[in-house]
Every structure is written in C-alpha cells, then in structure tokens.
Design a protein around this ligand. Structure first.
Ligand code: AQP
Length: 332
C-alpha cells in the first residue's frame, strides 16, 4: 500500500474549520487506502515558545481531536513528533543540504517573521520547513495531505529528496502533495480572501472544531457576505459567499451549482443558517468524542506511545540508510 504522512501543530486549544476541511478530513479518508502516519507536530510548535503546561495540554487535545475525527489507531500510526527522535536527527542532516537563499525564499517565514518582527522570529521558525522535510522523507511518504499554504514547503521537501538522492544515491522517495482544490484554502469569515488561520484570524473570523454551537452559529450568521443578495459562487466579486458555499458543499456533499439553485431568490440569511447547521452537525459528535477521550489521559498517552512505536520502526530504517550513505560511522 502507498504511504501517507501528515502533521498538525498543537498551537491552539482546538483545530479550526480550515485545518479540518483542508487536512484532517483527508487524513481520515486516506487511512482506508494507504499505510498512514499522522503526527502532532510538538517540535514545530516550539517555534512559538509555548508555555510547557500549555504545550502538554494542547498536544493531548490535538491527539484526542484526531481520534475523535475518525482516525483509527489500528489503521493509522498517530504519534507525537518528539517521540520519534529520528525526525530531529534527519532535520540536521537536511539543514546541511539546504542553501540559505533557498530557505530564505519560504513565504510563510517571511510573513510570520514580518508579523512577529524580524528579531523576534527564532532560527527554528526559519528552519521549520527543513524539519518538515525530515518528517516527510523519513517515512518514505508517497502522499502528503495539506492545505495549499503548505505547497511551497512540499516543493522544498521534494527538492531536498532529489538533491540527496543525486549526491548520495537513491535514499528517499520524492513525496507528492495531496491537495483537494475545493478545500485547499478555507477563508477567514471576516476577511474571506485571507486563509482562516490560528495565528492571524480574529476570533470572529475563525471557527473552532471544539467551539460551543451557539457561538459557532453566531459567527457564521455574522460572516462577511458581499453586495447583492444572490447566493452564487464568484471568487472575484463574492469571496465571502463563495467561501461559505465551499464550506457547505464540502460538509453536505451537495455540489455548489445545486446549492446555488436551491437558494435562488432566498437571500443570504436562509443560506447562512444552513451553513451553520452543516458545521454544527459535523462538529458536535467530534466535540463529544474529544471530551470523552480527554477524560482518560493515560489511555490517550498509551495510544500515542503505540503509534510512536510503529512510526519509529520505519524512521529507524531510513536513518540507518541515511547515516550509511552520508558517511557517518555505525555507532552502538
Ligand atoms: N484555512 C485553511 N484552509 C485549508 N487548509 C488549512 N490548513 C491550515 N489552515 C487552512 C492546513 O491545516 C494543516 C495543519 O496546519 P498546521 O497546524 O500545520 O498549521 P498552519 O498551517 O500553520 O495552520 P494555521 O491555522 O494556518 O496556523 P498559522 O496561521 O499559525 O500558520 C496544514 O495542512 C494546513 O495546510
């Protein structure tokens, strides 16, 4: 079976609708057809220096949400990135294969460092995409489900795999991004041309998976729509309505043209009410299951440990090969 790998950061108290539609839902679908590895990117989360207690809590909340959303521990290895030490080891080796200019072209670093202030951004934030390349390449992943914001980082992973293979002989599979066009970038509810984002959306612009249904409905009813009253998809002139149509369609499975026909002449209010229903119906059971899973931390930790055991077996094989290829002596 082909391999799928992806990671998600524990940098908030909940995943948001963009994470869910752009990534997590694909994780769940792909475990049916692929050998699946999914990790909570706790090492990546260190780039924003979280409080230790907060990081611990958020890592468990992230794991619980992944299982609650449908990841099956029998089919998918779900683990904490830091539990498989080989990620960090390979990251250093790949850092030494990456040009400064190449790393400096990453737009996410440019955006985030501009937001934090150049001197406040850590070196870790700069090397983040190289750790990400290590995460992917160490599992010899075929497919990497992500939102479109990760496309450039995936390109870097591919470049690094090819460069290493050319320099040292065939070692890594060259991974492919798995990006679903319809949900590749879910927009901020208040600023629909920008992506919904943990770090840059306002509270009114972002919907959390674990959000109270009442608050969630309010946010959708207050989402920015556009001039006119027709419910039609038009990226250019109606980005707000188009974003909501995409969300509805992704959750209900009803194609956008059918939604346009259904809401013809009804105005935005009736449409938004249905979007809110579709979101609450999807998130309510996830929220309930997440709470249950969080009630038994020992069991959750046990599931993560089992996932890490499975992941480690693969990561160790790749690392043994890498060490050999690059000229590091075999140690103990
Ligand atoms: N708005 C989005 N639409 C579609 N996909 C999205 N993803 C994130 N936002 C959207 C995808 O979710 C996965 C996990 O993301 P992450 O935890 O690695 O963090 P991120 O990409 O950094 O998520 P955020 O919320 O956008 O955080 P900030 O703004 O802090 O960077 C990834 O596959 C991502 O593509």
């Amino acid at each position: 079976r082909p391999r799928v790998l992806s990671g998600i950061q524990p940098t908030a108290d909940s995943f948001h609708l963009g994470n869910y539609l752009g990534a997590v839902r694909q994780y769940v679908a792909l475990q049916e057809t692929h050998e699946a590895f999914y990790f909570i990117a706790d090492l990546h989360a260190l780039t924003v220096t979280p409080k230790p207690e907060e990081l611990r809590r958020r890592t468990r909340v992230a794991a619980a949400q992944l299982f609650a959303a449908g990841l099956d521990p029998e089919r998918s290895a779900v683990f904490a990135q830091s539990h498989v030490r080989e990620h960090s080891e390979l990251a250093w080796i790949l850092i030494c294969q990456t040009g400064m200019g190449e790393a400096g072209r990453m737009t996410q670093f440019k955006d985030k460092s501009a937001r934090y202030g150049e001197s406040a951004a850590s070196v870790g934030l700069f090397t983040y995409p190289i750790l990400q390349a290590a995460d992917i390449l160490i599992y010899q992943a075929d497919q990497v489900p992500v939102g479109v914001d990760q496309k450039q980082h995936l390109e870097l992973s591919r470049d690094l795999a090819q460069r290493f293979n050319n320099r040292y002989g065939q070692t890594f599979k060259v991974p492919n991004p798995y990006i679903l066009k319809e949900v590749e970038k879910i927009g901020d509810l208040q600023d629909p041309t920008a992506k919904m984002s943990k770090s840059s959306s306002s509270p009114q612009g972002i919907i959390d998976v674990l959000e109270e249904p009442g608050a969630l409905r309010k946010k959708i009813m207050r989402a920015v729509t556009d001039t006119g009253s027709e419910v039609v998809a038009d990226e250019e002139n109606k980005p707000g309505v188009t974003n909501l149509l995409r969300i509805h369609s992704a959750l209900s499975g009803v194609p956008i043209p059918e939604l346009e026909a259904r809401f013809a002449g009804q105005g935005y209010g009736a449409f938004k009410k249905e979007v809110a229903e579709a979101v609450t119906e999807t998130f309510a059971p996830i929220r309930e299951r997440t709470e249950k899973l969080l009630a038994d931390e020992a069991e959750l930790d046990r599931l993560l440990a089992a996932g890490a055991d499975r992941a480690r077996r693969v990561a160790r094989q790749t690392m043994a090969r890498v060490r050999d290829r690059i000229g590091l002596l075999h140690g103990g």
